[in-house]
Write a protein that binds this ligand. Structure first.
Ligand code: CP
Ligand code: NVA
Length: 306
Protein backbone atom coordinates (compact mmCIF):
# COMPACT_ATOMS: atom_id res chain seq x y z
CA UNK A 1 0.00 0.00 0.00
CA UNK A 2 1.72 3.10 -1.29
CA UNK A 3 0.05 5.43 1.23
CA UNK A 4 1.72 3.72 4.16
CA UNK A 5 5.27 3.94 2.82
CA UNK A 6 7.65 5.39 5.38
CA UNK A 7 4.99 5.82 8.08
CA UNK A 8 5.23 4.76 11.73
CA UNK A 9 2.70 2.60 13.57
CA UNK A 10 2.90 3.85 17.14
CA UNK A 11 -0.78 3.36 17.94
CA UNK A 12 -3.77 1.58 16.42
CA UNK A 13 -5.39 4.83 15.27
CA UNK A 14 -2.27 5.91 13.36
CA UNK A 15 -4.09 4.08 10.57
CA UNK A 16 -7.46 5.35 9.42
CA UNK A 17 -10.44 3.07 8.76
CA UNK A 18 -9.68 2.60 5.07
CA UNK A 19 -5.99 1.88 5.70
CA UNK A 20 -6.82 -0.65 8.41
CA UNK A 21 -9.27 -2.54 6.20
CA UNK A 22 -6.83 -2.47 3.25
CA UNK A 23 -4.10 -3.88 5.46
CA UNK A 24 -6.42 -6.68 6.58
CA UNK A 25 -7.24 -7.43 2.95
CA UNK A 26 -3.54 -7.58 2.09
CA UNK A 27 -2.95 -9.89 5.07
CA UNK A 28 -5.75 -12.15 3.86
CA UNK A 29 -4.22 -12.36 0.37
CA UNK A 30 -0.77 -13.10 1.77
CA UNK A 31 -2.19 -15.79 4.04
CA UNK A 32 -4.05 -17.44 1.15
CA UNK A 33 -0.95 -17.16 -1.04
CA UNK A 34 -2.85 -15.15 -3.63
CA UNK A 35 0.13 -12.83 -3.56
CA UNK A 36 3.85 -13.11 -2.86
CA UNK A 37 5.77 -9.98 -1.92
CA UNK A 38 9.55 -9.76 -1.94
CA UNK A 39 11.38 -6.83 -0.37
CA UNK A 40 14.99 -7.27 0.49
CA UNK A 41 15.13 -5.11 3.63
CA UNK A 42 16.43 -5.32 7.19
CA UNK A 43 14.16 -5.25 10.25
CA UNK A 44 15.51 -4.50 13.73
CA UNK A 45 13.78 -5.83 16.84
CA UNK A 46 14.43 -3.86 20.02
CA UNK A 47 12.48 -5.55 22.82
CA UNK A 48 12.76 -4.41 26.45
CA UNK A 49 10.15 -6.97 27.51
CA UNK A 50 9.80 -10.71 26.91
CA UNK A 51 8.07 -11.94 23.77
CA UNK A 52 7.39 -15.19 21.96
CA UNK A 53 4.69 -14.44 19.38
CA UNK A 54 5.69 -10.92 18.39
CA UNK A 55 9.39 -11.69 18.12
CA UNK A 56 8.93 -14.89 16.11
CA UNK A 57 6.05 -13.74 13.92
CA UNK A 58 7.88 -10.56 12.94
CA UNK A 59 11.04 -12.52 12.22
CA UNK A 60 9.33 -15.19 10.10
CA UNK A 61 7.27 -12.57 8.27
CA UNK A 62 10.43 -10.66 7.37
CA UNK A 63 12.26 -13.82 6.25
CA UNK A 64 9.31 -14.80 4.07
CA UNK A 65 9.43 -11.33 2.51
CA UNK A 66 13.04 -12.06 1.56
CA UNK A 67 14.38 -9.69 4.22
CA UNK A 68 16.59 -10.11 7.25
CA UNK A 69 16.20 -9.49 10.97
CA UNK A 70 18.58 -8.25 13.66
CA UNK A 71 17.63 -8.89 17.28
CA UNK A 72 18.83 -5.83 19.19
CA UNK A 73 18.54 -7.27 22.67
CA UNK A 74 18.81 -4.20 24.98
CA UNK A 75 20.97 -6.14 27.42
CA UNK A 76 23.54 -6.65 24.64
CA UNK A 77 23.35 -3.17 23.11
CA UNK A 78 24.46 0.18 24.53
CA UNK A 79 20.91 1.46 24.91
CA UNK A 80 20.56 -1.00 27.81
CA UNK A 81 23.58 0.65 29.48
CA UNK A 82 22.12 4.13 29.28
CA UNK A 83 22.99 5.41 25.80
CA UNK A 84 20.24 7.98 25.13
CA UNK A 85 17.31 6.92 22.97
CA UNK A 86 17.88 10.02 20.84
CA UNK A 87 21.39 8.83 19.93
CA UNK A 88 20.47 5.17 19.50
CA UNK A 89 17.57 6.09 17.23
CA UNK A 90 19.71 8.25 14.95
CA UNK A 91 22.35 5.52 14.63
CA UNK A 92 19.95 2.63 14.03
CA UNK A 93 18.26 4.81 11.42
CA UNK A 94 21.48 4.70 9.38
CA UNK A 95 21.62 0.88 9.34
CA UNK A 96 18.09 -0.48 9.37
CA UNK A 97 15.13 -0.15 7.02
CA UNK A 98 12.47 -0.60 9.71
CA UNK A 99 12.44 -1.05 13.50
CA UNK A 100 9.92 -2.75 15.81
CA UNK A 101 10.15 -1.76 19.49
CA UNK A 102 8.61 -3.35 22.59
CA UNK A 103 8.97 -1.12 25.63
CA UNK A 104 7.23 0.32 28.67
CA UNK A 105 6.49 4.02 28.13
CA UNK A 106 4.73 5.17 24.98
CA UNK A 107 6.81 8.35 25.30
CA UNK A 108 10.03 6.36 24.73
CA UNK A 109 8.58 4.86 21.57
CA UNK A 110 7.63 8.36 20.45
CA UNK A 111 11.19 9.56 21.07
CA UNK A 112 12.55 6.78 18.84
CA UNK A 113 10.10 7.85 16.15
CA UNK A 114 11.05 11.51 16.52
CA UNK A 115 14.74 10.79 16.01
CA UNK A 116 14.59 8.05 13.33
CA UNK A 117 13.37 8.54 9.78
CA UNK A 118 12.71 4.83 9.16
CA UNK A 119 9.30 3.38 10.05
CA UNK A 120 8.96 2.59 13.76
CA UNK A 121 6.45 -0.07 14.82
CA UNK A 122 4.90 -0.40 18.27
CA UNK A 123 5.49 -4.06 19.17
CA UNK A 124 3.73 -3.39 22.54
CA UNK A 125 3.94 -0.60 25.08
CA UNK A 126 2.11 -0.18 28.37
CA UNK A 127 -0.45 1.88 26.45
CA UNK A 128 -1.05 -0.03 23.21
CA UNK A 129 -0.48 -3.23 21.22
CA UNK A 130 -1.56 -2.32 17.67
CA UNK A 131 0.05 -5.31 15.89
CA UNK A 132 -1.98 -7.70 18.03
CA UNK A 133 -5.16 -5.87 17.08
CA UNK A 134 -4.50 -6.30 13.35
CA UNK A 135 -4.29 -10.07 13.91
CA UNK A 136 -7.39 -10.02 16.11
CA UNK A 137 -9.44 -8.16 13.52
CA UNK A 138 -8.24 -10.55 10.81
CA UNK A 139 -9.35 -13.50 12.96
CA UNK A 140 -12.80 -12.03 13.62
CA UNK A 141 -13.18 -11.30 9.91
CA UNK A 142 -12.25 -14.89 9.03
CA UNK A 143 -14.79 -16.28 11.50
CA UNK A 144 -17.72 -14.00 10.75
CA UNK A 145 -17.04 -12.64 7.24
CA UNK A 146 -17.13 -9.02 8.38
CA UNK A 147 -16.45 -6.79 11.36
CA UNK A 148 -19.17 -4.17 11.08
CA UNK A 149 -22.08 -4.82 13.38
CA UNK A 150 -20.42 -7.66 15.30
CA UNK A 151 -19.68 -7.27 19.02
CA UNK A 152 -16.44 -8.05 20.81
CA UNK A 153 -16.45 -8.08 24.61
CA UNK A 154 -13.13 -7.70 26.38
CA UNK A 155 -13.06 -8.78 30.03
CA UNK A 156 -10.44 -7.93 32.62
CA UNK A 157 -7.75 -5.32 32.95
CA UNK A 158 -8.18 -2.06 31.03
CA UNK A 159 -4.64 -2.42 29.72
CA UNK A 160 -2.79 -2.04 26.41
CA UNK A 161 -5.00 -4.71 24.83
CA UNK A 162 -8.24 -3.07 25.93
CA UNK A 163 -7.00 0.31 24.68
CA UNK A 164 -6.00 -0.97 21.27
CA UNK A 165 -9.15 -3.07 20.85
CA UNK A 166 -11.28 0.02 21.54
CA UNK A 167 -9.50 1.93 18.77
CA UNK A 168 -9.40 -1.01 16.35
CA UNK A 169 -13.11 -1.68 16.79
CA UNK A 170 -13.97 1.98 16.41
CA UNK A 171 -12.05 2.13 13.12
CA UNK A 172 -13.66 -0.94 11.61
CA UNK A 173 -17.26 -0.78 12.84
CA UNK A 174 -16.82 -3.62 15.34
CA UNK A 175 -18.73 -2.88 18.57
CA UNK A 176 -16.41 -3.05 21.58
CA UNK A 177 -17.55 -3.57 25.15
CA UNK A 178 -14.91 -3.51 27.88
CA UNK A 179 -15.84 -4.91 31.29
CA UNK A 180 -13.23 -3.99 33.89
CA UNK A 181 -13.27 -3.54 37.68
CA UNK A 182 -13.41 -0.06 39.12
CA UNK A 183 -9.96 1.50 39.08
CA UNK A 184 -8.77 -0.76 36.22
CA UNK A 185 -10.63 0.89 33.35
CA UNK A 186 -8.98 1.56 29.97
CA UNK A 187 -7.16 4.84 29.38
CA UNK A 188 -9.83 7.61 29.48
CA UNK A 189 -8.28 9.58 26.59
CA UNK A 190 -8.33 6.47 24.43
CA UNK A 191 -11.95 5.72 25.35
CA UNK A 192 -12.88 9.26 24.34
CA UNK A 193 -10.92 8.99 21.11
CA UNK A 194 -12.52 5.63 20.28
CA UNK A 195 -15.99 7.06 20.92
CA UNK A 196 -15.23 9.94 18.59
CA UNK A 197 -13.95 7.66 15.82
CA UNK A 198 -16.86 5.23 16.30
CA UNK A 199 -19.57 7.91 16.36
CA UNK A 200 -22.52 6.63 14.32
CA UNK A 201 -20.58 3.53 13.16
CA UNK A 202 -20.11 1.29 16.17
CA UNK A 203 -20.79 1.08 19.87
CA UNK A 204 -18.05 1.71 22.45
CA UNK A 205 -19.02 0.69 25.99
CA UNK A 206 -17.01 0.57 29.21
CA UNK A 207 -18.74 -1.09 32.14
CA UNK A 208 -18.03 -2.90 35.42
CA UNK A 209 -20.67 -5.56 34.68
CA UNK A 210 -19.14 -8.65 33.03
CA UNK A 211 -22.43 -10.46 32.41
CA UNK A 212 -24.19 -7.53 30.76
CA UNK A 213 -21.07 -6.94 28.66
CA UNK A 214 -20.99 -10.50 27.32
CA UNK A 215 -24.73 -10.67 26.55
CA UNK A 216 -25.10 -11.64 22.85
CA UNK A 217 -21.44 -10.94 21.96
CA UNK A 218 -19.88 -12.75 19.01
CA UNK A 219 -16.34 -12.50 20.42
CA UNK A 220 -15.30 -13.01 24.05
CA UNK A 221 -11.77 -11.73 24.61
CA UNK A 222 -9.47 -11.63 27.60
CA UNK A 223 -5.87 -10.97 28.59
CA UNK A 224 -3.71 -11.42 31.67
CA UNK A 225 -4.77 -9.61 34.85
CA UNK A 226 -1.21 -8.43 35.52
CA UNK A 227 0.74 -7.26 32.48
CA UNK A 228 4.50 -7.26 32.09
CA UNK A 229 5.87 -4.78 34.61
CA UNK A 230 2.94 -5.34 37.03
CA UNK A 231 4.14 -8.65 38.47
CA UNK A 232 4.32 -7.21 42.01
CA UNK A 233 0.56 -6.60 42.13
CA UNK A 234 -0.40 -9.93 40.52
CA UNK A 235 -1.60 -11.65 43.72
CA UNK A 236 -3.55 -8.67 44.95
CA UNK A 237 -5.37 -8.45 41.59
CA UNK A 238 -6.72 -12.03 41.62
CA UNK A 239 -9.78 -11.49 43.89
CA UNK A 240 -10.56 -8.16 42.21
CA UNK A 241 -10.63 -9.69 38.73
CA UNK A 242 -12.23 -13.05 39.59
CA UNK A 243 -15.76 -12.03 38.42
CA UNK A 244 -14.28 -11.24 34.99
CA UNK A 245 -12.85 -14.73 34.38
CA UNK A 246 -13.77 -16.22 30.99
CA UNK A 247 -15.42 -19.51 31.94
CA UNK A 248 -18.34 -21.60 30.70
CA UNK A 249 -20.84 -19.81 32.93
CA UNK A 250 -19.95 -16.46 31.44
CA UNK A 251 -19.75 -17.76 27.87
CA UNK A 252 -23.32 -19.05 28.20
CA UNK A 253 -24.41 -15.39 28.02
CA UNK A 254 -22.70 -14.81 24.66
CA UNK A 255 -24.02 -15.48 21.16
CA UNK A 256 -24.35 -19.27 20.64
CA UNK A 257 -21.79 -18.96 17.78
CA UNK A 258 -19.38 -16.87 19.87
CA UNK A 259 -15.65 -17.41 19.60
CA UNK A 260 -13.05 -17.00 22.34
CA UNK A 261 -9.87 -15.00 21.78
CA UNK A 262 -6.83 -14.33 23.96
CA UNK A 263 -3.71 -12.53 22.82
CA UNK A 264 -1.58 -14.98 24.87
CA UNK A 265 0.33 -15.81 26.99
CA UNK A 266 -2.61 -17.13 29.06
CA UNK A 267 -2.79 -17.88 32.76
CA UNK A 268 -5.23 -20.78 32.93
CA UNK A 269 -7.33 -20.66 36.08
CA UNK A 270 -7.00 -16.87 36.30
CA UNK A 271 -8.39 -14.78 33.40
CA UNK A 272 -9.53 -17.90 31.50
CA UNK A 273 -10.30 -21.49 32.44
CA UNK A 274 -8.48 -24.38 30.80
CA UNK A 275 -11.88 -25.61 29.59
CA UNK A 276 -12.60 -22.31 27.82
CA UNK A 277 -9.24 -21.90 26.10
CA UNK A 278 -9.25 -25.54 24.97
CA UNK A 279 -12.93 -25.51 23.91
CA UNK A 280 -14.22 -25.75 20.36
CA UNK A 281 -15.09 -22.05 20.54
CA UNK A 282 -11.50 -21.05 21.09
CA UNK A 283 -9.68 -19.54 18.10
CA UNK A 284 -6.52 -18.57 19.95
CA UNK A 285 -4.14 -20.60 17.77
CA UNK A 286 -5.53 -19.12 14.53
CA UNK A 287 -5.27 -15.72 16.22
CA UNK A 288 -1.61 -16.33 17.07
CA UNK A 289 -0.89 -17.49 13.51
CA UNK A 290 -2.54 -14.36 12.15
CA UNK A 291 0.10 -12.23 13.88
CA UNK A 292 2.49 -13.34 11.15
CA UNK A 293 0.17 -12.65 8.22
CA UNK A 294 -0.96 -9.26 9.55
CA UNK A 295 2.59 -8.14 10.32
CA UNK A 296 3.83 -9.31 6.93
CA UNK A 297 1.22 -7.04 5.35
CA UNK A 298 2.25 -4.24 7.71
CA UNK A 299 5.98 -4.59 7.00
CA UNK A 300 5.43 -4.73 3.24
CA UNK A 301 3.20 -1.65 3.35
CA UNK A 302 5.46 0.50 5.57
CA UNK A 303 8.42 -0.51 3.40
CA UNK A 304 6.59 0.77 0.34
CA UNK A 305 5.52 -2.35 -1.49
CA UNK A 306 3.37 -1.32 -4.43
N1 CP B 1 0.52 -11.63 22.23
C1 CP B 1 1.83 -11.30 22.29
O1 CP B 1 2.23 -10.17 21.97
O2 CP B 1 2.64 -12.30 22.68
P1 CP B 1 4.18 -12.18 23.04
O3 CP B 1 4.29 -11.39 24.30
O4 CP B 1 4.65 -13.60 23.18
O5 CP B 1 4.89 -11.47 21.90
N1 NVA C 1 -1.23 -7.00 28.52
C1 NVA C 1 -0.17 -7.95 28.28
C2 NVA C 1 -0.13 -8.33 26.83
C3 NVA C 1 0.90 -9.35 26.48
C4 NVA C 1 0.91 -9.68 25.03
C5 NVA C 1 1.15 -7.33 28.71
O1 NVA C 1 1.37 -6.15 28.42
O2 NVA C 1 1.95 -8.01 29.34
Amino acid sequence: MKKLKGRDLLGTADLNAEETLSLLELARKLKNQELVIQCNKVLGLLFYKASTRTRVSFSVAMYQLGGQVIDLNPSLTQVGRGEPIEDTARVLDRYLDILAIRTFAQADLQTFANYAQIPIINALTDLEHPCQILADLLTVQECFGSLAGKTLTYLGDGNNMANSLLLGGALTGLNIRVAAPQGYEPDPDIVQRAQKIAAGKSEIVVTQDPIAAVEGAQVVYTDVWASMGQEDSADQRIPIFKPYQVNQQLINHADPQAIILHCLPAHRGEEITNEAIESERSRVWDQAENRMHAQKALLASLLGWE
